[in-house]
Design a protein around this ligand. Structure first.
Ligand SMILES: Cc1cc2nc3c(=O)[nH]c(=O)nc-3n(C[C@H](O)[C@H](O)[C@H](O)COP(=O)(O)OP(=O)(O)OC[C@H]3O[C@@H](n4cnc5c(N)ncnc54)[C@H](O)[C@@H]3O)c2cc1C
Ligand code: SF4
Ligand code: SF4
Length: 442
C-alpha cells in the first residue's frame, strides 16, 4: 500500500492595498501588524513590505474600509483550488501569537482604584473613581478593589468599602507617610505583579499623574490620561474616551495587548457614588516596605494650596458664575462676584478671560483648567467652545447668558437668556436680593 498523500499546507498569502480604497483611518493596519511590516506614507496610506508579511490577515480584518486583501501567487491559488476541489479538510491554524496573548491577558482580573491621600486625608476623586470602577467591575464580572498606600491609613480601606469597593489592598508603613514616586511605584508594582489587576484607575491629580505614568512605564503597559468616559467592549477591553486634537474630537483609546489597562480621570468628571454605611469588605494587608535610604526624595515641608486668603477652590463650589471674553474687561467681573455672593458661590472664567489677565488661572474652567460639577453654572459672555464645555457640561443646571442666539453654549444650557449680559446680570442679582428680602419678611 502506498503512503497517503501528505495533507497540503494552506497558503497564507501576503496583504496588499487596493487602489483608492484607503481612507487613512489613522494607521490601524500598521498598529495591528505583529511583524512591523507596514509603513505609512505622509498621506496616511500603508506600504506593506511583502517579504516580511506572514499573512496573518490582521490588517485585512481591522481595516474599516476593506482596503486590504490577501494576495496569492498563481501556484498558491492552484493549491487553494485543489484543496477546495478535493475537500481535503484543512484544519484552521490556530494563530499561536493570538493564543499566547489571550492566555496572558486572561491572567489579569479585577478593577483597582488607587486611593490617593495626603497625611491620611483622601482625595475626593478616589471615591468618584470607585463609582465608575463599580460599573466596569460589574460589566467584567470581577471585584472592585481599592489600592491603599500610606502610614496609618487603614481607615481609608473602610471608606473605600463605603464607596463601593469589595476588597482593599493595604500597604501601611512609615516610609509611605508622604507620597514619593519611588516608594509608591515599588509598592504598587509589587502588588500588580502579585495580584494582576486588569484595570487600574487613578485621579488625574498631581500625584495620580505622576504615579500612573511611572507605574505604566515600569510594568510596560499603556496609560490614557484625563479620560472623560470609561466602558468595556465585548472583548473585556477598557474603552478610554478623552478629548484629542485640542478637544476638537473625542478619541476612544484601547490597550488591547497589555495589562493592566491604566487610566487617569480628573476630579469632578465622574459622579460621586452614593455612600453606603456599615458595609464591610476584605482587607488584604501586604507586609511590604522600601528601605528609607533607597529613596532619594525627602519631604521637608508640605505647603498646601488654598491657604492664601484669595485662593478659591472652584472645583468644590455648588454655584459658579463664570465670565468670558464677553465681560469686556477685568473691572466687570465685580458684577459676577456680586451675583456669586448672593448665591453663596464663586466666580469662574473661560480661558480667554484668563489669558487676557482678567482672572487668575486657578479660576479657569475647561480642558486646560478645572473640571467643575456645581448645582448651578452660570456662563456669562462665554461662547461655549468644546474646550470650555468639557469642563462644565456635567453641571446639574447650566444657565447661559449670551447676546448671540447661535452661541454653542446654548446647546448644553438648561436655561438660555439671549441678551446683553450688562443688563441681564444686574437684573438677576437685583431679583435674587428682592426675593431674599421677601423671604426674610415672611
Ligand atoms: C488646547 C486648547 C485648550 C483649551 N482649553 C480651554 C479651557 O480649559 N477653557 C476654556 O474656556 N477655553 C479653552 N480653550 C479656548 C477655547 O477654544 C475658546 O477659545 C475659549 O473658551 C473662548 O472663550 P470665550 O467663550 O470667553 O470667548 P469667545 O469665544 O470670544 O466668546 C465670547 C462670547 O461672549 C458673547 N458676548 C459678547 N458680548 C456680550 C454681551 N455684552 N452680552 C452677552 N454676551 C456677549 C459673544 O456672543 C461670544 O459668544 C482651549 C483651546 C485649546 C486649543
Ligand atoms: S497580513 Fe499580517 S503580517 Fe501581513 S501586513 Fe497584514 S498584519 Fe502585517
Ligand atoms: S486600516 Fe485600512 S483605511 Fe486604515 S490606514 Fe490601513 S488601509 Fe487605510
Amino acid at each position: 500500500m502506498s503512503d497517503p498523500k501528505p495533507k497540503p499546507k494552506k497558503p497564507r498569502g501576503v496583504a496588499f492595498l487596493l487602489d483608492g480604497k484607503c481612507i487613512a483611518c489613522g494607521a490601524r493596519c500598521q498598529s495591528v501588524c505583529p511583524v512591523n511590516c507596514v509603513e505609512m506614507t505622509d498621506s496616511g496610506e500603508p506600504i506593506i513590505e511583502t517579504a516580511k508579511c506572514i499573512g496573518c490577515q490582521k490588517c485585512v480584518k481591522i481595516c474599516p474600509s476593506s482596503a486590504l486583501e490577501m494576495f496569492f501567487t498563481p501556484e498558491e491559488q492552484k493549491i487553494l483550488a485543489e484543496l477546495a476541489a478535493t475537500a481535503v479538510p484543512v484544519e484552521e491554524e490556530i494563530d499561536p501569537e493570538a493564543a499566547g496573548l489571550a492566555r496572558k491577558l486572561a491572567e489579569y482580573r479585577g478593577v483597582w482604584v488607587f486611593v490617593e491621600q495626603t497625611e491620611g486625608e483622601p482625595a475626593k476623586v478616589s471615591w468618584e473613581l470607585l463609582g465608575v470602577g463599580a460599573e466596569l467591575a460589574t460589566k467584567l464580572g470581577v471585584e472592585l478593589c481599592a489600592l491603599v498606600i500610606g502610614e496609618n491609613v487603614e481607615h481609608l480601606c473602610r471608606e473605600a468599602f463605603a464607596h463601593g469597593a469589595a476588597k482593599a489592598y493595604l500597604v501601611d508603613a512609615p516610609v509611605f507617610y508622604h507620597y514619593r514616586t519611588e516608594a509608591y511605584v515599588e509598592a504598587s508594582c509589587h502588588l500588580i505583579a502579585k495580584y494582576k489587576p486588569e484595570v487600574i484607575l487613578m485621579g488625574a491629580t498631581g500625584m495620580g499623574r505622576d504615579l500612573a505614568g511611572a507605574i505604566a512605564t515600569r510594568v510596560g503597559t499603556g496609560l490614557t490620561a484625563d479620560c472623560t468616559g470609561l466602558s468595556i467592549d465585548d472583548k473585556r477591553n477598557l474603552m478610554q474616551t478623552r478629548p484629542a486634537f485640542g478637544g476638537n474630537i473625542m478619541a476612544t483609546i484601547m490597550c488591547d495587548k497589555f495589562r493592566p489597562q491604566m487610566s487617569t480621570v480628573r476630579p469632578n468628571v465622574m459622579p460621586m457614588p452614593v455612600r453606603r454605611d456599615n458595609v464591610d469588605g476584605m482587607i488584604i494587608r501586604e507586609e511590604f516596605t522600601v528601605p528609607e535610604e533607597s529613596i532619594l526624595t525627602k519631604v521637608i515641608e508640605i505647603i498646601r494650596d488654598g491657604h492664601s486668603k484669595n485662593a478659591v477652590d472652584i472645583t468644590g463650589a455648588e454655584f459658579i458664575v463664570s465670565g468670558g471674553r464677553g465681560m469686556m474687561g477685568p473691572e466687570n467681573f465685580a458684577m459676577l462676584q456680586e451675583l456669586a455672593d448672593e448665591l453663596g458661590g464663586v466666580v469662574g472664567a473661560s480661558r480667554s478671560a484668563v489669558d487676557a489677565g482678567w482672572m487668575p488661572g486657578d479660576r479657569q474652567v475647561g480642558q486646560t483648567g478645572k473640571t467643575v460639577r456645581p448645582k448651578i453654572y452660570i456662563a456669562c459672555g462665554i461662547s461655549g467652545a468644546i474646550q470650555h464645555l468639557v469642563g462644565m457640561q456635567d453641571s446639574d443646571i447650566v444657565i447661559a447668558i449670551n447676546r448671540d442666539k447661535n452661541a454653542p453654549i446654548f446647546e448644553v444650557a438648561t436655561y438660555g437668556i439671549v441678551g446683553d449680559l450688562f443688563q441681564v446680570i444686574p437684573a438677576l442679582t437685583a431679583k435674587i436680593r428682592e426675593l431674599k428680602k421677601i423671604e426674610v419678611l415672611t
